[in-house]
Ligand binder design. Sequence first.
Ligand SMILES: O=C(O)CCC(=O)C(=O)O
Ligand SMILES: [Fe+2]
Length: 356
Amino acid sequence: MPGLLNHPPFPDDVPTHPLLIVDYELLKAGDANEIEKFWTAATTLGFWYMKNHGADELVNEMFDMGNETMRLPLEEKMKFEQGDDGMSFGYKAAGANAVDETGALDTVEFINISQDDALAWPRPVHRTYPATVNARMENTIRPFVQLSAEVNRTLMEILGKKLGFKEGKLSELHRLDETSGSETRCIRNPPRPGGISEEKAALGAHTDFGSMTFLHNRLGGLQVMPPGSDKWQYIKPIPGHAVCNLGDAMHIFSGGILKSNLHRVVPSPGAQAVLPRWSLAMFTRPSDTVILRALTEDSALVADAVANATNKDVFKSGQTSKEWFARRIKYQRTKNQKGPETWRQSRGTEHRPEAA
Ligand SMILES: O=C(O)CCC(=O)C(=O)O
Ligand SMILES: [Fe+2]
């Protein structure tokens, strides 16, 4: 069950990576210590736990929506498949994505619902969805998307201020009334009783494609590879704490000051492996037409960072947010794999060879 009040504990004998815990209420209140802690997290790993975000009830309802949707017959879900052309919205079956350059298959299934579709409901902007999604658009999905978009906007503005951007700069690049790749995703990874090699990724190593991710999970399985390390470490779920992270767009906008770290999902560790693993994310991405490049004219800090960067190319991608996103989605699709080169085309700001 997605609600999962009782489940086997996260094992204490696997390597975990500690994250800083930031309090959303304190951030909103402008607490200087909390903002400093948040800035440290954003500029080192780009991942942090966040409490007091106010989304827990809606998160539970979103997990119910995911469960209702995944229980539909596969044939029904496949009517709403993403397709192979680089659209993310819709259903993705297990095995539809590669997890590495050998073309190994992913094991997760998920449903992605576009922010634009949720906000404009019942008018479709990008596509239509299964009946289980439609039934919850108004009372569950739209409120969750609105709340999460506001959380992400608030966090981005705090970082924008620290970077020296004028107020509203990052909000302007993520307007709710402009189309974007922003979406909510509910993921199910099937149980792996008996264990399976931890090296077999359920969802391949990646950096997030957009700006800001607001993630909720109950069981272990999410791992990060911290900077300077070649080892994967689990992020231990903490009840009531979201895991937030930055994506490629914020890395690029900030000239690399903000981090978009490599992560992946593997089967839940230890006794948790007998249960399906559910996770829920809200991905805030820039508006479709925004060009992904460092905002050097808007901040002396960013201009300096780019001037000192060894790899400057990533800070002038020349691609719009829509192109960047579609390219990454398209070239991870199993059907499009023609060898390691295809996989490499799906990459974002990952620079580590082991992520290839
Ligand atoms: O399931 C998780 O914990 C993380 C999922 C993820 O990284 C993603 O969908 O981008
Ligand atoms: Fe991710």
